[in-house]
Write a protein that binds this ligand. Structure first.
Ligand code: 13P
Ligand code: SF4
Length: 352
């Protein structure tokens, strides 16, 4: 296993507060939301488009996806669903890397997003040129990148993983004797390193949402709710992961909430997931893990500002306004897309 002597000192690739946008705060009246939903349904039909949404986006958008034959899923299943669906137009409601993944896997389809401004701090914290330099310094290593990266970074990788399949893929590589270069999320990387004892060099990126969960405050909260199960996404800091009853991707968290006997849960991930958790478990209580406490800045407060940009109005506009749609279409250089497809195909085949 790697030790701190062999982990190179990297520049800090976490984002500064100025790089994190504010969560939009406009809440539309219910009647207006209902009207927008009806328009969106009609427009999806008219365009013969399918809506592929992540568990973190607006609950109304999640419902629209399910009611119109689309899907709500984690990032791995979004990729698979978009690739396998017969529709030639995909509307991806999530963050930009999810739209890019859909386009890489289906270059013949048109892929649009409610707004291309929906970035991800992990993607932003892994600039392709700097990452290419890092790879050059460690050419003996297998390059494994998290799906939360740009197409250019994926095009530099041997494997892409999501939190649904990262442990299994890294374990298999470790068994095959491979040393790994991992990017961009340091917390997920460290978690996998601890679980598998693999030889991994870690990039220094972090998720601005999960990094905010606080260990001490979570311990305090556990004393207030002693019977609550603790569910944690592995982009969270190690101290928070150590307190978990279940650690995993968004879909693993949803599964654990259904299977564990607890009636209450403290959940350390984006609060968008509460929509599905409550829908599937109406008799259970879900509580947000704390982002307050020592060192708190509350830049995100358990809600991804980029996921929150997926507002009903933007979704309505991308469907109904052709010029806005053109502005929010995913385009990827075909040579980069072709190269980025290799590690994505490997991931999908491995986890089929
Ligand atoms: P999942 O792959 O678990 O859905 O996570 C995506 C993500 O961006 C978590 O912050
Ligand atoms: Fe990226 Fe974190 Fe937002 Fe997920 S929650 S999309 S990792 S910034």
């Amino acid at each position: 296993m790697i030790n701190s002597m062999t982990q190179p000192i990297l520049e800090d690739y976490t984002l500064s507060p100025e790089q994190v946008p504010l969560v939009p705060s406009l809440v539309l009246p219910q009647a207006e939301r209902q009207q927008l939903k009806e328009q969106i349904k009609a427009q999806l039909k008219a365009l013969d488009a399918v809506l592929v949404a992540h568990y973190y986006v607006d609950g109304d958008i999640q419902e629209l996806a399910e009611e119109t034959g689309g899907c709500v899923a984690d990032s791995l299943e979004m990729a698979r669903f978009g690739r396998d669906h017969s529709a030639q137009t995909l509307i991806v409601s999530g963050v930009r890397f999810m739209g890019e993944t859909a386009k890489i896997l289906s270059p013949e389809k048109q892929v649009f997003m409610p707004t291309l401004q929906a970035e991800c701090s992990l993607d932003l914290g892994c600039p392709p040129d700097a990452f290419a330099d890092f790879i050059k310094q460690h050419e003996d290593r297998t390059v494994v990148v998290y799906a939360n990266t740009s197409a250019r970074v994926k095009a530099l990788a041997d494997w892409v993983v999501t939190s649904s399949c990262a442990l299994e893929i890294v374990s298999a590589l470790d068994r095959a004797g491979e040393k790994i270069l991992w990017a961009p999320d340091q917390h997920l990387g460290r978690y996998i390193q601890n679980q598998t004892q693999s030889d991994m060099l870690l990039w220094s990126g972090a998720c601005v949402v999960h990094e905010e969960f606080k260990t001490q405050a979570l311990e305090d909260m556990r004393r207030v709710y002693p019977d609550a199960g603790i569910l944690v996404h592995p982009e969270s800091p190690a101290g928070v992961i150590d307190l978990a009853d279940a650690v995993g991707s968004t879909s693993a968290i949803i599964k654990a909430a259904g299977e564990l006997p607890n009636k209450e849960f403290i959940v350390a991930t984006d609060r968008g997931i509460f929509h599905k958790l409550r829908q599937l478990n109406p008799d259970k209580v879900f509580i947000e893990a704390p982002t307050a406490g020592d060192g708190a800045t509350c830049r995100s407060c358990a809600h991804c500002p980029w996921m929150a940009m997926n507002e009903l109005q933007c979704l309505n506009r991308v469907l109904g306004d052709a010029s806005y749609r053109a502005e929010n279409a995913i385009h990827i250089d075909p040579a980069i897309a072709e190269r980025a497809r290799l590690p994505l195909d490997r991931m999908l085949e491995f986890s089929a």
